[in-house]
Design a protein around this ligand. Structure first.
Ligand code: MN
Length: 236
């Protein structure tokens, strides 16, 4: 356990309490990969964000609620869509501070989308509404594989998965519309929706739209998380 991974979390609130929350599979999969997971509380102060990052060797931006479309210059498509302004602000601070120190960053689902927005890209607010030719991306069952992804042979992701085509789970109704120029797509779904990317420069950076932390019974997804942990260990 000589490598520590900071994991971002979400919030939920009831009339009685405001809570941080995080699916325990992020923590479980990191522990199984030999890393010590540290859940990072949401704070809004640059100095505190830096103190949090001082404690970890890598950053995992976790999944969760939609990102505010205001962050990529759009209005809400439907007023009923939920987002979390405080989490958005914290995740952006955290991401930028981690990148500044060239810390390895891995984004999953919302984390993947957040990286694209932070880098200047945009999102589809709702795939079924905005992408007429889309396949199904929102599984009702979390574990079930939903669709294939085609992995680019020249990508780092291909070196890890060692396959051109892999079945993945899919638990998202938003997706990347315009990919930021600083990112390179490494996998796409059959409808062209981007399912993974890598950073072109400035420290190790990878994002996936699917949820490998929920698929660790399969070797390739276990290896994906182990790979991130290994990079963080090597670069600390
Ligand atoms: Mn998908």
């Amino acid at each position: 356990m000589n490598v520590r991974i900071g994991v971002s979390c979400g919030t939920s609130s009831s009339p009685r309490a405001e809570l941080f929350h995080l699916d325990i599979r992020y923590s479980k999969s990191l522990l199984a990969s030999g890393a010590l997971p540290l859940i990072l509380p949401i704070v809004h102060n640059h100095a505190l964000v830096d103190r949090l990052l001082d404690q970890v060797d890598g950053l995992l931006l976790s999944g969760g609620v939609d990102i505010s479309p205001h962050l990529y210059g759009e209005h809400l498509l439907k007023p009923s869509y939920q987002y979390d302004k405080k989490r958005d602000q914290f995740d952006l601070l955290l991401y930028r501070a981690a990148r500044k120190r060239k810390m390895p960053v891995f984004g999953i689902c919302r984390g993947f989308q957040l990286i694209n927005v932070a880098e200047g890209g945009t999102l589809y607010q709702d795939i079924p509404t905005q992408v007429k030719t889309s396949i199904h991306h929102q599984s009702t069952s979390e574990q079930d594989m939903e669709h294939l992804i085609q992995v680019n042979r020249s990508s780092e992701l291909f070196q890890i998965l060692k396959k051109d085509e892999v079945m993945v789970n899919s638990i998202h109704h938003q997706a990347i519309k315009e990919l930021a120029r600083t990112l390179r797509a490494s996998a796409v779904a059959p409808d062209g929706i981007i399912e993974a990317f890598e950073g072109k420069e400035g420290g190790w950076l990878m994002g996936v739209q699917f949820h490998p932390e929920r698929l660790t019974e399969q070797e390739e997804f276990r290896e994906l998380i182990e790979y991130f942990v290994d990079v963080a260990r090597r670069e600390k």
